[in-house]
Design a protein. Structure first.
Length: 478
């Protein structure tokens, strides 16, 4: 199922049969491959981008419109559509706009990053991406596979599973913003045709996908239970070149980074500058994020950690959050090594969102999503105030909406993605704005184990920061 790939480039649509699997035809642009990633939220963009960075691609997560750097051979640029919690028409348009910007910049491979558990507007995102890509590549079709086996996300017989259980039976089924109520891909992606790859070569698989992709919607979904399954799918995608729009999570990104340009040297991890202080922003309400927050507080000495946790009422009252954090910092100016900015555990009903609040200017999203944006921006105001109050060497952003809000508040233009500090937890450097050069770690809400954040902090902080104090009389630690 994982035979070698006969070609890495896109089919040249201007000459010959564009459906040919001829090796020489598919190699024509193999000398110049640049990849565009459109992600439904910021942490998802980081999760996928870092897979390319680790394989030697020059990788940026753009927070402002992309520039000509996408034309560089071996370049990857990820953009964020913010489409996950948007209603379908807006999500379709947001995704289409992002794809158009990347295509206009010259990318010749596209990866649509959707949620590994199919939360939110995944179907609308696929439609928007495909229709826009087809403007430059007529006849293109989409192949969707959200599997991320390393994180327990798999697809079996057209069903989305989390650690072997139907996604709707897990915490994802009661997600407060984007719950998933079925595990059936045929319902999550209406009109799609499901495929399980047969035994055979990459060329065989490409032909199988192409045949299935001739359905009315030109969208197919594919099973994958293992990394080997994803590699087989990626090899077929490489044969098809620009004829196909792959839609998946970081699991598929791992495989695509290897097959789209395998001649790159694996990136050598650069030593990170150790910080004296880290801000951890917990904006996600996912059960795993709450467990990670609780574990961090319970396992860090009280002298080393301080939490800023405003009430929901403060966050939703215009102007109140700035006054609140100013008073908090004035009452106790000193800050320890670990500063946590935490979201309330509840979310309001639609009517509770104050009419005077000012979420990012987009066409009206769902009421729940509007509240999430307002809350995220409140957390960002706190984070910026802490950053201005005392020196900070790194920031850990848990949850896509909050990550976006914090980086917007910093006026960052991009993240240069460098490595993954753990699987599913990318690390990089902020480019531009008030926090230029600051180390930033992003993490999707549902990823990792309870100890994930506690475990990485010693790697971000200077060695002495979390050490017990030395007794001045004895010269030893108690």
């Amino acid at each position: 199922m994982t035979d070698s790939v006969p070609s890495r480039g896109a089919t040249d649509d201007s000459t010959g049969d564009r459906h040919s699997l001829d090796v020489s035809a598919n190699r024509r642009d193999a000398h110049h491959i640049s990849v565009g990633i459109v992600a439904d939220d910021l942490t998802g963009g980081g999760d996928s981008a870092v897979q390319f960075a680790r394989d030697g691609w020059h990788t940026r997560l753009a927070l402002t419109p992309p520039d000509s750097q996408v034309l560089r051979h071996g370049a990857v640029i990820a953009v964020v559509s913010d489409a996950r919690a948007q209603p379908a028409p807006l999500a379709c348009r947001s995704t289409a706009d992002a794809v158009e910007a990347l295509a206009a910049g010259g990318v010749n491979r596209l990866l649509l990053k959707i949620d590994s558990t199919m939360r939110g507007s995944a179907h609308a995102q696929i439609v928007g991406a495909l229709k826009t890509w087809q403007l430059r590549h007529p006849g293109a079709f989409a192949v969707a596979c959200p599997a991320y086996p390393a994180m327990g996300r798999t697809v079996l017989n057209g069903r989305v599973l989390v650690n072997g259980k139907g996604v709707e039976t897990t915490a994802i089924g009661i997600d407060p913003v984007t719950p998933v109520t079925t595990n059936l891909l045929r319902e999550l992606v209406p009109g799609s045709v499901h495929v399980t790859l047969d035994a055979g070569s990459a060329a065989d698989h490409a032909e199988q996908l192409r045949a299935a992709g001739q359905n009315l919607t030109r969208v197919i979904t594919v099973d994958a239970q293992t990394d080997a399954d994803l590699l087989a799918l990626a090899e077929a995608v490489a044969v098809l070149g620009a004829e196909v729009v792959p839609a998946g999570s970081a699991g598929l990104a791992v495989a695509l980074s290897q097959v789209w340009r395998p001649d790159l040297a694996v990136a050598v991890a650069q030593p990170r500058q150790q910080a004296e202080r880290v801000i951890v922003v917990v904006s996600s309400l996912h059960d795993m994020s709450r467990s990670q927050y609780d574990h961090l507080v319970e396992n860090t000495s009280t002298e080393h950690v301080r939490t800023f946790a405003p009430s929901l009422a403060v966050l939703l009252t215009p102007g109140a959050i700035g006054e609140w954090i100013a008073a908090e910092l004035a009452s106790a100016p000193d800050l320890p090594a670990v500063v946590i900015v935490a979201t309330p555990s509840e979310r309001p009903a639609a009517s509770a969102v104050d009419a005077g609040s000012t979420p990012r200017p987009t066409p009206a999203p769902t009421s729940t999503a509007t509240a999430a944006v307002v809350i995220a921006e409140g957390l960002a105001i706190i984070t910026a105030a802490v950053f201005a109050h005392r020196p900070v060497g790194a920031v850990v952003l848990m949850g896509g909406e909050g990550a976006r809000a914090v980086l917007d508040r910093f006026a960052a233009s991009a993240i240069m993605v460098t490595d993954a500090i753990r699987e599913g937890i990318p690390v990089g450097l902020i480019e531009g704005g008030l926090a230029d050069g600051l180390t930033v770690v992003t993490k999707a809400g549902g990823f990792g184990a309870a100890a994930s954040i506690s475990d990485i902090l010693p790697e971000l902080l200077a060695d002495h920061v979390l050490s017990p104090p030395v007794d001045p009389n004895t010269g030893v630690q108690p």
